[in-house]
Ligand binder design. Sequence first.
Ligand code: NOS
Length: 396
Amino acid sequence: MHIIARRAAIGFGSPVLSSLCTSRLTGSRKLCTMAELSSEQVVFNKPKVELHVHLDGAIRVQTILDVAKRRAITLPANTKEEMTQIIIIQQPSTLTKFLGKFAEYMHVVAGDREAIKRIAYEFVEDKAKEGVIYVEVRYSPHFLANTKVDPIPWNQKEGDLSPDEVVHLVNEGLSEGERAFNIKARSILCCMRHMPSWSMDVVELCKKYHHKGVVAIDLAGDESLNCEANPEHRKAYEEAERCGIHRTVHAGEVGPASVVKEAVEVLKAERVGHGYRTLEDQVLYKKLLAQNMHFEVCPVSSKLTGACDPDFTKHPVITFRKDKANYSLNTDDPLIFNSTLHLDYSTAHTYMGFTEEEFKRLNICSAESCFLPEQEKKELVHKLYEAYGMIKTTAF
Ligand SMILES: O=c1[nH]cnc2c1ncn2[C@@H]1O[C@H](CO)[C@@H](O)[C@H]1O
């Protein structure tokens, strides 16, 4: 496998990364830092597809600082390094504690048109730099709004930015990014488990912006607090299915296999966000394997949110690989995990023995499971075959 391991800037110490540093890649025990590994170690330097990443978990720290300054919002730190230390999670924690991290900075960007467009644009730039050629990025429009949302989030005063306009602004930022950085970006709108009253709004926005940037609906948030899909989430998903809106659900990340079952059988999810605990119900797992269900796996995230055993050699994705399951590798929330997609790939390589062949296979599975219209999906799959030197004779 082609491995580029350049050494760069000094960064922040991290247990995830310091453990990565006793590397099988080189056999050396050189000590290195989070930033070095997260940004510099590239184990799969080929076009990739990313299907599970939260826009509000992928903001640049510098942007948070810039926007805070412009809006005269006081932050607990003024430098990028200090603010990073406040936002990131360095030790395995819990999903509930991890979700609390958003409150450190969401009030800075929420309600601000320029900031919202900027984070979407910069997101596309960051993904292009990681070699991603197609990304589906998700967020809650309500979390970025300050009117027509009840309650108004992040202690904002009522303003004039609605969830609808948030979607419009994100779409603008993503399309400008697409043109500037020559990759494709689509979005998924999130319902939040603890806010069922927002879900019908979310599906209406999915309908309004269907084929105009938005490709699917998601259900995110704290599965450990709220396992049973509320009737309002259910209604929103029924409407999504009725209108041909694609569906994914965070399930089996920290919640039991029954949440995955419910996601697939009741909410009619076509992909499962995380889905690690599916393995606890072998009957369900075999059924999902047989139906080629896609699992959106996020290795680094799963360690730091406490979803999985911190020992990567015991990770559920190893079973997924052995069973030739349909899954993707994703960052989830690279801001909070101080990570990049390269880190997820190098983690899979170093601790789980992933090979270049498997990286190619899983990216093709990801492209085949993406929520683009059929023709665009075919083109994407074809691009990967071409880039991987696996060109199929059938033209499309
Ligand atoms: O790993 C996760 N599991 C569940 N919910 C998440 C995760 N990462 C982010 N969010 C939630 O999704 C919202 C919309 O993007 C984020 O604001 C966060 O609350």
